[in-house]
Design a protein around this ligand. Structure first.
Ligand code: NDP
Ligand code: GDR
Length: 327
């Protein structure tokens, strides 16, 4: 039975990836940072019904010694580095922490592997945010980067450290440049989940308004369940590499609102209000990925349409609020 170590196991992708790897027969060791609310942090794993099957262990990306100890103890065959301060908006308020966790944290894990478990295969959760102010209309592995937030700058450091460790030390280290991916387990502060949760609350009469920032930004949105499969496929290749993972369809926040509100028979223009304090200091206006390489080399293709994902997310939020209200 192969063993994997997942950082960021309590997040959206950590939960879906754990589920995927358990089904493949892996021993799944999930690293989480120590919390005073440890009863709450496994909520996503619980939602997927796998909380008891994942071995949760303490560690922190900014504590190199904890990473080395985990690698020595569990001897993983594959390491998926999903841990990060991942909320772009927060990275302007905490730019240096974001740099330490999202950037140096990845460097720490690469160094820990180099020291304690060099044969392990490594996956780095890189991001389409690295393209930022886009240099080409469709972004591929060859498109130059232009980060627009401290988060994206940190991810660039992590990305190039991954490439550099591969080229310098022959490590099996791959970087997945994943475009936005969502699900009912998406954090509530990200725009898609904020919208679907808002739709559910408005539909159930709990509130009337949904405050949002820039509605004109466009994102290439896929489903997290599809995207974690791409992570695994990268580590099954003989040769490590970098891959863009995207749907090839870009949609505005405005259009996402229209889809989500109309799913429950509402008009978004009656409820969405614009809040200037939700506008970012620098914006990524549009992202559109070209995953041709992932299709050709990994055989990866997205399977969930945006419309189906929006419906799944709205239904899940309606069910959550109904359960809470005992409706
Ligand atoms: P989440 O924000 O849902 O999860 C982030 C995880 O990182 C959480 O488990 C969090 O733990 C953990 N974490 C935070 N700080 C530390 C730390 N110091 N040490 C160890 N773990 C830490 O992100 P997603 O699941 O959405 O994304 C997974 C990864 O993929 C992230 O690196 C993200 O930046 C990247 N990414 C995501 C995309 C997306 O669209 N979802 C697209 C491209 C890249 P806690 O629960 O304690 O906060
Ligand atoms: P993003 O996701 O920054 O793309 O990063 P987010 O959902 O936060 O923002 C997407 C776009 O929506 C606009 N927006 C709002 N965003 C939020 N959060 N809240 C609002 O009220 C709001 N109104 C408008 C934003 O300005 C932006 O243009 C996500 C994260 O998962 C990263 O970790 C990951 O690397 C990238 O996706 C790919």
């Amino acid at each position: 039975m192969p063993t994997c170590l997942i950082t960021g196991v309590t997040g959206q992708d950590g939960a879906y990836l754990s589920h995927f790897l358990l089904e493949k027969g892996y021993r799944v060791v999930g690293m989480m940072r120590r919390s005073a609310s440890s009863d709450l942090v496994g909520e996503r794993l619980r939602w997927l019904g796998i909380l008891q099957e994942v071995e949760l262990v303490n560690g922190n990306l900014i504590d190199l010694s904890s990473l080395i100890r985990l690698l020595q103890t569990y001897q993983p065959d594959e390491v998926y580095n999903l841990g990060a301060q991942s909320f772009v908006a927060a990275s302007w308020d905490q730019p240096l922490l974001t740099g330490q966790v999202t950037g140096i944290g990845a460097g720490n894990m690469l160094e820990a592997i180099r020291i304690a478990r060099p044969q392990a295969r490594f996956y780095q959760a890189s991001s389409s945010e690295m393209f930022g102010r886009i240099q080409q209309p469709r972004q591929t592995e060859q498109t130059p980067f232009y980060p627009r937030s401290p988060y994206a700058v940190a991810k660039l450091y992590a990305h190039w450290m991954t490439v550099n460790h591969r080229e310098s030390f022959g490590m099996h280290a791959s970087s997945g440049i994943l475009f936005n991916h969502e699900s009912p387990l998406r954090g509530i502060e990200f725009v898609t989940r904020k919208i679907t949760d808002g739709v559910a609350r408005i539909k159930l009469g709990l509130t009337r308004e949904l405050p949002l920032g820039n509605l004109e930004a466009m994102r290439d949105w896929g489903h997290a369940r599809d995207y974690v499969r791409a992570m695994w496929l990268m580590l099954q290749q003989e040769t490590p590499d970098d891959y863009v993972v995207a749907t090839g369809r870009s949609t505005s926040i405005r259009e996402f609102c229209r889809l989500a509100f109309s799913h429950v028979g509402l008009n978004f223009e009656d409820h969405v209000v614009s809040h200037l304090d939700l506008i970012r200091p620098a914006e990524v206006d549009v992202l559109l990925g070209d995953a041709t390489k992932a299709g050709r080399k990994l055989g990866w293709r997205p399977t969930v349409t945006l419309e189906d994902m929006v419906a799944e997310m709205v239904e899940a939020d309606l069910a959550r609020h109904r359960a809470r209200l005992k409706l």
